[in-house]
Design a protein around this ligand. Sequence first.
Ligand SMILES: CC(=O)SCCNC(=O)CCNC(=O)[C@H](O)C(C)(C)COP(=O)(O)OP(=O)(O)OC[C@H]1O[C@@H](n2cnc3c(N)ncnc32)[C@H](O)[C@@H]1OP(=O)(O)O
Ligand SMILES: CC(=O)C(=O)O
Ligand SMILES: [Mg+2]
Length: 366
Amino acid sequence: MSGSRSAKDFFRPLAVGAPTPPTEIPARPSRAIHFFDPSNPKMAAKIPDMVGRVDVLLGNLEDAVKADNKLAAREGLVRIASETANLGGQSGPTQLWTRINSLDSPWALDDLTTLVPAIGAKLDVIMVPKVQGAEDIHYVDRLLAQLEAKAGLDRPILVHAILETARGVANVEEICGASPRMQGLSLGPADLAADRRMKTTRVGGGHPGYLVRQDPNPDQPDAHRPTYQQDLWHYTIARMVDACAMHGIYPYYGPFGDIADVTACEDQFRNAFLLGCVGTWSLHPKQIAIANQVFSPSVEDVAHARRVVAAMSALGGDGTGAVMLDGKMEDDASLKQCLVMVELAEQLAAIDPELKKQYDAIAEEA
Ligand SMILES: CC(=O)SCCNC(=O)CCNC(=O)[C@H](O)C(C)(C)COP(=O)(O)OP(=O)(O)OC[C@H]1O[C@@H](n2cnc3c(N)ncnc32)[C@H](O)[C@@H]1OP(=O)(O)O
Ligand SMILES: CC(=O)C(=O)O
Ligand SMILES: [Mg+2]
């Protein structure tokens, strides 16, 4: 919770007439946050068909949109949100997010003052880039409350921060707790690498030079010594996951820029999924299927988790005790792990009929 607001004020609206901030952030499926440039006619034309096939569509206004196109992107997003059925709002199958320009840019203020009155009822989450500390979230929080009150909105728009500066990483816990609107965090590996003066030129993913080498064999000092590539982003993702879990919000991997390398993309996404992330970004239509597959628990994992839940229920149903299953000990703690898997599978099955079929088929076999 922010140090500057007392506990009794934390969940009060920040402007007279603004909707009450949420006390809990709903776990809405968001395996892929698919980025598109609303000023690009070819991309914009593909958006209506993507509704229902991707969990989140995000109209990007920041980096990757040319300065000359900033206004067209903002206006394009208003038009797409207004004209596209079943996109955004509480009940749609696909959430609508935007990434506004950074708060020190000439565009951020107009992004917010245009989007909230025009499409505030459809916008689920506003992603704020280059967040440095709680002060950035406080600024957006108050401004959103004023704009929501003026627009007569009855639902608060949530806020998502990109972690892409060293100061942002150092302040990650206070950023997550800066406002009840905070929905989650994404990793911004490109800007973060530049800000840290890391010596990489890639947008996310690993690097062949970041490795450990097997010790020499004293009997064969000249023998080949295998190397093992390490994950440059492990430390930052792990910090994000803990900070988000502590505040009841959601961590995401970010962009994987090597669009052609679908194998490494899948690996990087899977590392993030295993560590606790709920989703990732998709920059190109072909990354949507990778994200959907990786961030949905496998049918084998769900089947095993259900067996553990059933075995522990048979023990008395209060979650205590221990059982042996396939030679392995299961107890309260592994039951909780399995419940994470089963609950996620249920949430995803509710919005993804193909996945539901697969999870149901394995339940019938058991
Ligand atoms: C570090 C960061 O900040 S990351 C976040 C910011 N970056 C982004 O948002 C990038 C978004 N993605 C893109 O700009 C593009 O996908 C690029 C530039 C990477 C590649 O674009 P292209 O060279 O056009 O890719 P490609 O030729 O494979 O595209 C195939 C089709 O999919 C369309 N397409 C490509 N990306 C997208 C997208 N993100 N959403 C919708 N449609 C898309 C193309 O317009 C093209 O359409 P067409 O068949 O009608 O011609
Ligand atoms: C995600 C992003 O904005 C970055 O990597 O810089
Ligand atoms: Mg960035």
